[in-house]
Design a protein around this ligand. Structure first.
Ligand SMILES: [Zn+2]
Length: 405
């Protein structure tokens, strides 16, 4: 197994250059199809050409760099669009690590590695449109109908794809054998543990409810406490009851969030007649996620009955967990142990990524590097340069192992 002639310093220089396109302070403003995003994708096409790869820009604005030769090859990448004001590494790290890997692989003649930057992962138009259309999870018509906060449709915005390079058909998913998405962790697990690498074994799923307690609105001065049917008192009891109900079901990585509370009529002198709360749960285990979902509604019914209220539970956003390909995970784990001995872990991704869409069509896996302080979607987002380089070495080791398998 010949090591690939990767150059971590060249990757870091490219990352620094990309950071300058749309830079705002220490952050980056490069939303999908903004002038900065187009400029970044044009620059990426130039690097793809210079590396001896075939650039392909599809109608969604996805940018591929494909090596010459026949047969399905390895695809490595992520996205180069950002949040309205995001950090310099979210997405960019995966694209530039993929570029460096593809460039090194091309220079050494093997294995064949392609790079991709998917479009609108950050959801200017709703979320992961580029990889969703490419993988067939969403039709182009459905993507086109999506609009941003200013009412601009994806259909209108994606005309700018032609400013990146002449638009052509993307290579289909079956032109590739597997997908690896390197990414910053965007959470604190690796940094807190002093570890350099996370090998992602699943992307968590989501289940959610809107729980609405209904009592009776009444005068806040004349209604005696024992006669009240106060929806906020019920909601207040629900929060600790939910934590207690979930405790026996969850593991250390399960999360739940009561993120939005609405009170009606929301007036200081009225006993609240209605109180709603959103409950969102995320976990990588489908059975545990379903158990958490059921428990959250059962708990609300028990609290309501006890508090003399009625309750309604309306299901919301639901996404199944996405397991990563076991063989790729094993390959990345071996490479992580070789390049960062005992300084890595296997872990789920708590955030959504393009790999969720791609995993429906190709064996897929993700590699995490630490986020300092767990900070992301923020101009302060950062990763130690040594960790960015270690991630590239793990990737190169895994790619060589993949070719030799
Ligand atoms: Zn990202």
């Amino acid at each position: 197994m010949t090591p690939l002639p990767i150059d971590p310093d060249r990757m870091l220089r490219d990352l620094d250059h990309l950071r300058g396109i749309g830079a705002q302070g220490t952050g980056v403003a490069r939303m999908a199809f903004s002038a900065a995003d187009i400029a970044a994708r044009r620059w990426l096409v130039q690097q793809i050409v210079a590396a001896g790869l075939q650039p392909v820009v599809d109608a969604c604005g996805n940018v591929f760099g494909v090596p010459p030769g026949d047969g399905p090859c390895l695809l490595v990448g992520s996205h180069s669009d950002t949040q309205p004001l995001g950090g310099w590494l979210d997405g960019a790290y995966g694209v530039i690590a993929g570029l460096e890997l593809a460039r090194a692989a091309r220079a050494s003649g093997a294995p064949r590695v392609a790079v991709v930057s998917f479009q609108d992962e950050e959801g200017r138009f709703g979320g992961v449109a580029g990889s969703a259309v490419w993988s067939g999870a969403m039709s182009m018509a459905d993507a086109d109908a999506q609009t941003d906060g200013d009412g601009v449709s994806f259909a209108q915005a994606r005309r700018a794809a032609a400013e990146i390079a002449p638009v052509s058909d993307a290579p289909p998913p079956d032109a590739f054998a597997a997908y690896i998405e390197p990414h910053i962790e965007q959470g604190p697990a690796l940094d807190t543990a002093g570890q350099a690498i996370g090998v992602v074994d699943a992307i968590v799923g989501v289940r959610s409810w809107t729980i609405t307690f209904t009592g009776q609105a009444n005068h806040a001065g004349t209604t005696p406490m024992p006669l009240r049917r106060d929806a906020v008192q019920g909601l207040g009891r629900y929060i600790p009851a939910l934590n207690a109900a979930l405790a026996p079901l969850v593991d250390a990585r399960s999360v739940w969030t009561l993120g939005r509370i609405t009170v009606t009529p929301n007036a200081p002198s009225v006993v609240p007649g209605q109180a709603s709360v959103s409950v969102q749960m995320r976990d990588s285990d489908p059975a545990r996620l379903d158990a958490m979902h059921a428990a959250a509604a059962d708990c609300a019914r028990a609290v309501a009955a006890d508090a003399g209220l009625t309750v309604e539970a309306t299901p919301g956003l639901s996404l199944d967990p996405t397991p990563m390909d076991a063989a790729l995970v094993a390959l990345l784990a071996r490479a992580a142990q070789a390049q960062a001995p005992d300084a890595w872990r296997q872990m789920p991704s708590g955030a959504l990524h393009d790999a969720c869409n791609v995993a429906a069509r190709l064996p897929a896996a993700m590699l995490f590097v630490p986020s300092i302080g767990g900070i992301s979607h923020n101009p302060d987002e950062d990763t130690r340069r040594a960790d960015l380089a270690t991630g590239l070495r793990v990737l190169a080791d895994a790619a060589a192992g993949w070719a030799a398998r």
